[in-house]
Design a protein around this ligand. Structure first.
Ligand SMILES: C[S@@+](CC[C@H](N)C(=O)[O-])C[C@H]1O[C@@H](n2cnc3c(N)ncnc32)[C@H](O)[C@@H]1O
Length: 480
C-alpha cells in the first residue's frame, strides 16, 4: 500500500558549493527520517532524480535545504523536446488528473539552466503543452498548481548549446531556502567582523549539525556569531564563547568601510539576533578561552558548530605566559591575562575532546579545518575515538589552500582522557606554509613582471634602433 506513494522527484540545485549538496541532503533526510531512493548516482549536474515516499518528504527536504533551488514531482524527462512530450503523454493520466480540475488555477513555468530565453520563446514552450487537459483558469501569482518545465544547457556558460541537453517536466512542490541566504546577508547585518561566516555556509553548517527547534547549540569560537544566527534560524537555542573581549563587546574596529572609526553602540551578537527576530533563542555569549574548562562536566549540548581561528586573519592564541610570575591580589581584579600561541594542532585536539565530553550521544560537531591542498589526504584528518566522520567537504580558498567542513557524529562516551595520539599534524604547519606559498607566489609574480618589463624594453630598444637605421639610410640616400 505505502509503496504506491513512492514517486519520482527532481531536486534542482543552485550551481555553487557542489560538494556540499549530497551531505546536506543526506543530513536533512536523516533529520526527518526520510528514506531517499537514488535513481542516478548524484553527480556534478544541478539536478538529481530521486524517489521519495511522499510529497511531505519532498516538502521537508525543501524546507531546510540551502543548496536546493526547487523540487518538483517529476512527470517526464527527455533529451529532446519531442522525447519529453512523448513521455509526458505516456505519464499515467490518473496521476495528473487530480491537478487538472476546473476549480484549480494553474500556471506553467519555464526555467533554464545556463541559458537565457526571451518571453516569446518561453510562451511558445508553454503553448507546446496545450494537449494537457488543464481545465482551471491561468493564475500567474500563487496558482493552485504550478507545472514546471526545466531545461538544462550544461555547465559551461562559454559554450551554450543551441538545444538543451536535458528537459524535465512536472509539478512544482516547493522552493529550497535560497531566499534565507539573502535575508541573512552580511551586507545588511548589524554586527559583522573580518571573519564573519557567509550565511550560505553557516546554514549548511546548521543543517549538517541537524539543528532542530529547541536544540542547544554552542559555538566555542563564536566571533560575531554568524553560526549562531544560522542555528537559531532553524530553531536552535544558541550559546557562544570567544577569547576576544573586544569582539564580544562590539569594540573592535568597524569592518565596513565607513567614515566612523567606532562601531555603533548597539553592535553585538545580541542585536543581530534581534534583527532577525530570534532574540528569544539567544541564550548568551561569554568571554572564555576554549583551551580551558568552562562548563560543568555533566553539561550536554545537542550540537557544536564552529570555525576556529586559522592563524591568518585571526590569531591563534590562548591564555598563558612563558614567564614565571605571581599576580598580587591587589592587581588581580583588573588584570588582563597575557596570551601565548595556541597551535592549530592543539586547538583541534582540545575541540574534539571538549565535544566528546559535552555532546549528547549522536550529537554532531561541525567545524572547518584549514589545509594545504597538496598535503591533504583523508587519512591525515584529525580524528577522535568517540566520533565517526559523517561528511567532509572542501571549499577552495587559494591555489594552495582550502578549508574542509567536517561533520562528526558522537558514537561513544569518552572512556579515559584522550591523549590526542590520533590527531596528526596535517594542519600543524598550516600557517607557516600559507605564508611560505604566498611568498613563493609573490616572488614568481615579481619575476614574471620583471621579465615582461625587460622583454618590453628590449623590444622598444630594437624598434628604436631599426627606426634610427632607416632614418640614417633615408638621409644618406637623399644626400646622394
Ligand atoms: C574564524 S573566527 C570565528 C568567526 C565566526 N564564525 C564569525 O562568524 O564571526 C575565530 C574566532 O576564534 C576566537 N579565538 C581565538 N583563539 C581563541 C581561544 N583560545 N578561545 C576562544 N576563542 C578563540 C577569535 O577571537 C575569533 O573570534
Amino acid at each position: 500500500m505505502t509503496s504506491q506513494k513512492w514517486r519520482k522527484y527532481l531536486l534542482w540545485f543552485a550551481n555553487e558549493h557542489v560538494e556540499f549538496r549530497l551531505p546536506e541532503i543526506k543530513s536533512i533526510a536523516s533529520l526527518f527520517n526520510i528514506n531517499i531512493r537514488w535513481i542516478e548516482k548524484p553527480n556534478q549536474h544541478p539536478y538529481w532524480v530521486v524517489e521519495l515516499p511522499s510529497e511531505k518528504a519532498a516538502r521537508q527536504i525543501a524546507s531546510r535545504s540551502v543548496g536546493l533551488r526547487s523540487c518538483m514531482e517529476l512527470w517526464a524527462q527527455g533529451k529532446t523536446e519531442e522525447e519529453l512530450h512523448k513521455n509526458v503523454r505516456s505519464y499515467p493520466m490518473e496521476l495528473m488528473k487530480p491537478y487538472f480540475k476546473p476549480e484549480l488555477s494553474f500556471k506553467i513555468h519555464v526555467e533554464t539552466f545556463c541559458n537565457r530565453q526571451s518571453q516569446a520563446e518561453k510562451v511558445s514552450k508553454i503553448e507546446s503543452f496545450s494537449y494537457l487537459p488543464l481545465e482551471g483558469s491561468v493564475k500567474l501569482k500563487n496558482p493552485d498548481v504550478c507545472l514546471q518545465l526545466l531545461e538544462y544547457y550544461g555547465l559551461d556558460s562559454n559554450h551554450i548549446p543551441e538545444k538543451p541537453y536535458k528537459l524535465f517536466f512536472g509539478r512544482w512542490i516547493a522552493d529550497g531556502q535560497r531566499d534565507v541566504i539573502t535575508m541573512l546577508s552580511l551586507k545588511t547585518r548589524k554586527f559583522i567582523g573580518n571573519t564573519s561566516m557567509d550565511p550560505q555556509l553557516s546554514l549548511y553548517m546548521a543543517n549538517q549539525a541537524l539543528v532542530q527547534p529547541g536544540d542547544l547549540v554552542l559555538d566555542p569560537f563564536v566571533g560575531t556569531g554568524s553560526l549562531l544566527v544560522a542555528a537559531s534560524h532553524f530553531g536552535g537555542y544558541v550559546l557562544g564563547s570567544d577569547i576576544d573581549f573586544l569582539m564580544l563587546h562590539g569594540k573592535t574596529r568597524p569592518t565596513r568601510i565607513q567614515p566612523k572609526k567606532e562601531r555603533d553602540k548597539d553592535e553585538s551578537i545580541c542585536s543581530n539576533m534581534l534583527q532577525y527576530g530570534k532574540g528569544s533563542q539567544y541564550l548568551d555569549v561569554i568571554v572564555a578561552d576554549a583551551s580551558l574548562p568552562l562548563w560543568r562536566p555533566s553539561f550536554k549540548l545537542d550540537c557544536i558548530i564552529t570555525d576556529p581561528p586559522y592563524g591568518i586573519r585571526e590569531a591563534t592564541e590562548r591564555i598563558g605566559t612563558t614567564k614565571n610570575y605571581q599576580i598580587s591580589n591587589h592587581h588581580l581584579e583588573g588584570h588582563i591575562p597575557s596570551k601565548v600561541e595556541y597551535g592549530l594542532h592543539q586547538i583541534y585536539q582540545d575541540l574534539f575532546q571538549f565535544a566528546a565530553q559535552h555532546l549528547k550521544m549522536g550529537g554532531r560537531l561541525v567545524c572547518w579545518i584549514p589545509v594545504v591542498r597538496r598535503d591533504y589526504s583523508e587519512d591525515r584528518l584529525p580524528m577522535h575515538p568517540c566520533f565517526q566522520l559523517v561528511a567532509n567537504c572542501e571549499q577552495v580558498l587559494t591555489k594552495f589552500t582550502s578549508r574542509r567542513l567536517l561533520t562528526l557524529e558522537k558514537l561513544h562516551e569518552p572512556q579515559e582522557k584522550y591523549t590526542g595520539s590520533d590527531v596528526n599534524s596535517l594542519m600543524g604547519d598550516f600557517r607557516a606554509k600559507f605564508f611560505q606559498y604566498g611568498e613563493e607566489q609573490r616572488k614568481k609574480r615579481k619575476l614574471r613582471k620583471m621579465l615582461a618589463t625587460q622583454a618590453y624594453r628590449q623590444r622598444e630598444e630594437k624598434e628604436a634602433n631599426c627606426r634610427a637605421q632607416l632614418e640614417d639610410r633615408d638621409s644618406s640616400s637623399s644626400e646622394r
